[in-house]
Structure formats: C-alpha cells, structure tokens
Write a protein of this length. Structure first.
Length: 270
C-alpha cells in the first residue's frame, strides 16, 4: 500500500543550521494497517508524514502509494489518495463556511467541477446522517459556521471530512495534541471507530505514550531521522507505556555512547 525506499531529506544543507531529517528510511505499510509513529522532537516523525503527504520532495529515495509512484507528485495530486488531519483544529477547514458547506467540499474531493446546485438535497440528507452517527449532536446545526465550534467538535468534523471519500491512506498528525483531555479522548474514540469501520490504512504521529501503547496494530519509533524500532503482532498488543519509555531511554543512552565514541576517536587523531 505505502512504501518508502531509502528516503533522505536534509533541510538547510551546507549551512550551520543543517538538519538531516530523514536518513535512508525504508518503511512499508500494508493495506489496512494502523501504524503509530513516535519519537522525540527532531526524530523525523513529522518529516516522515510530510514527505508522504508531499509537503516537500525527497532529496533521494522513492515513495509509492496504492501502486502509484508518487515521488514526484505535488501535494495537491497526492491529496486525491490521502486524507489528512492536522494538529491544529483550525487547519483543514474553512471557518467562515458552514458545517454542511465544509462537508460538501470534502465529499467532492477528486471530482471534476461544473455548474449545478452547490448542495443537492440528497447530499444534505446523507451528510446529516453521517454527522448524526458521530454522536456530537451537531446534525441539527449543519448551517452553523464551523469556525464557531469548539476545538474538539471541529477536529471531529475534520476527521469526518478526511474520510468521507475513503482515502487510500489516512494521515493523522498529532491530531489531539492541541485539545483538552476530554476532547482528545472523544476524538480518539471517534478515530478508532472510523478506522476500524472503514478498514483504513492509517499512519498516526503522536507524542502520547498512552496513545502509542494502546492504539494501532503496529508501532514505529524514530530517532535521528531513522526507524530504530518496529513493533507489531503480539508484542504490540501487550505493549505498555512504561515499555516505550524504557525503549526511549535505551536509545538516548545509545546516542550518548555514539557521541562519546566519536569524540574519543577524534581525540585519538589529534
């Protein structure tokens, strides 16, 4: 379904601010897999998500999605195959448009444009039912500007918009990080339900150890622009937050040892 081969990305190359964000990443995600991606700040997890989405092009390597080589595809073309929910609840929607108008725009993703009624009655009825099934009590408020909703409500609707036309790949970019705990729990429950119901191939970036341990059927840990841990199967099912913290500590110590070894070698050749 999704495959990255030897993916490299460096920002500000050749300057004092050079960041080697991806360093030869190889990753394959099968159809229907729900993959959690974690890592410390600067580990490359968000860069990985943005590389797949087409926010920028790789310096080297290949990306294929749903049997298409999308390496050279611009972001808007990849959006025909990808649904995405951002960290900020105010991204991904048009705040001055109503709930219904935002949903209609999402429903027409990838379709050709022409003249006709903006919101046919059958579309209104269909979307009202989809909103009702979310359990947010917003089905009778479809004419409310989406910008007037709470962050949790808006993020829930953004998730619905990203999956109305079932995407080949769903990208979740720390989509509960900006929410209060109650809203975050609500959005996570909805996320689990939608992914399971539609069997969506999903890649979700998170900082939450609880989410990383309890969500998904596979976990990928990144450090220094590389995949350093890939947990799946029974090991993932029995994973606990404290297990992840222990893995992070192992990687931190390893990185420190690598630095120390490099310094020792440098001193030997002075």
């Amino acid at each position: 379904m999704l495959e990255l081969k030897n993916a490299y990305k460096t920002f500000y190359a050749g300057t004092a601010n050079e960041v080697r964000a991806l360093r030869g990443v190889d990753l394959r995600i099968a159809e229907g897999e729900f993959v959690i991606v974690i890592g410390t700040n600067g580990s490359g997890k968000s860069t990985l998500l943005n590389a797949v989405a087409g926010t920028f092009y790789l310096d080297d390597g290949e990306i294929s999605l749903a049997e298409h080589d999308v390496t050279a595809w611009p972001e808007h073309r990849r959006a025909q195959l990808i649904g995405r929910v951002f960290q900020n609840p105010f991204h991904g929607t048009a705040p001055s448009l109503t709930i219904l108008e935002n949903l209609v725009l999402a429903l027409r993703r990838g379709q050709s444009r022409g003249l006709g009624w903006a919101i046919p009655k059958d579309a209104r009825d269909q979307l009202r039912e989809r909103v009702r099934l979310m359990g947010l009590n917003l089905e009778d408020r479809l004419d409310t500007p989406i910008g007037s909703l709470s962050g949790g409500q808006r993020q829930s609707l953004t998730l619905l918009m990203a999956t109305l036309v079932q995407p080949k790949l769903l990208l979740l970019d720390e989509h509960t990080a900006a929410l209060d705990p109650k809203s975050a729990d609500q959005v996570i429950r909805l996320t689990e339900r939608v992914i399971k119901q539609d069997r969506l191939t999903t890649m979700m970036v998170t900082h939450s150890m609880q989410q990383a341990a309890h969500l998904g059927d596979r976990l990928v840990m990144m450090s220094g622009g590389q995949v350093v841990c890939d947990i799946r199967g029974d090991e993932k099912k029995h994973l606990r937050p404290e297990d992840l913290l222990a893995r992070f500590e192992e990687i931190r110590r390893s990185d420190l040892l690598d630095e120390s070894a490099a310094e020792m070698l440098a001193e030997m050749y002075v």
